[in-house]
Design a protein around this ligand. Sequence first.
Ligand SMILES: [Fe+2]
Ligand SMILES: [Fe+2]
Length: 190
Amino acid sequence: MAEPGTLHDALIDELRDTYDAEKQLTKALPKLAKASSNPKLRQAFESHLQETQNQIARLEKVFASLDEKVRGKHCDGIAGIIEEGKSIMEEDFDDTTMDACLIAAGQRAEHYEMAAYGTLIAWAQAMGHTEAAKLLQQTLDEEKAADKKLSGLAEGGINQGAADAAHSEDEEPVGAGSGARKGSAKAGRR
Ligand SMILES: [Fe+2]
Ligand SMILES: [Fe+2]
């Protein structure tokens, strides 16, 4: 019977999964860019595409540093996140709302990657693979920066623009007199 796998095997497995995830993202990011109306958002997705291509090359160095062949293994997690993003792009939203939704989709992917790289770094460090850990840390920093950039765009106007569009047609501003809200907000509260 084969011996049970070790943390080293788990590390290689996780690297293959992440390598495949990055490859899937190089196909998804151009779609997110194309669907963006805000030019800064489009640019953010385009520049992260370039980073992602670099990250693939960097992962190849990580495999080499561990004397492993470069290989991917289908990443179901990122496939699901990309699938959800595709469904959103098929919805009929106003432009700014679509941008807000594209940011949400993008941030799901970034957080998935941040979790993956965080684990890879911790495992590599625990086993003394310092070169691999160093390379992986560079990518984690890029993922965090990409996530932060998306938050900045969302909070820097896109969410508010979408919120204003949501409330412009049918509502008086909240607090504009006691009759402003249809159906008393107090009903059902004590
Ligand atoms: Fe990435
Ligand atoms: Fe990323």
